[in-house]
Design a protein around this ligand. Structure first.
Ligand SMILES: [Zn+2]
Length: 56
């Protein structure tokens, strides 16, 4: 049993740290599932923006 839970490192808009549990405590990126999904959404949007700029 792990002696402690690794929590998500993401800060909210007001500077409060997220209390979610990190998906992978051993990974360099300590992030909860909710914020991981949010990050994937941001990456997806950034790719779409980049593609739009290429075509213009
Ligand atoms: Zn989080």
């Amino acid at each position: 049993m792990p002696d402690r839970i690794i929590t998500c490192r993401v800060l909210s808009g007001r500077g409060n740290q997220c209390t979610g549990e990190a998906v992978d405590p051993n990974a360099d990126l300590k992030i909860c599932a909710r914020h991981l999904a949010e990050a994937q959404r941001l990456v997806h949007e950034a790719f779409q923006r980049a593609r739009r700029q290429e075509s213009s």
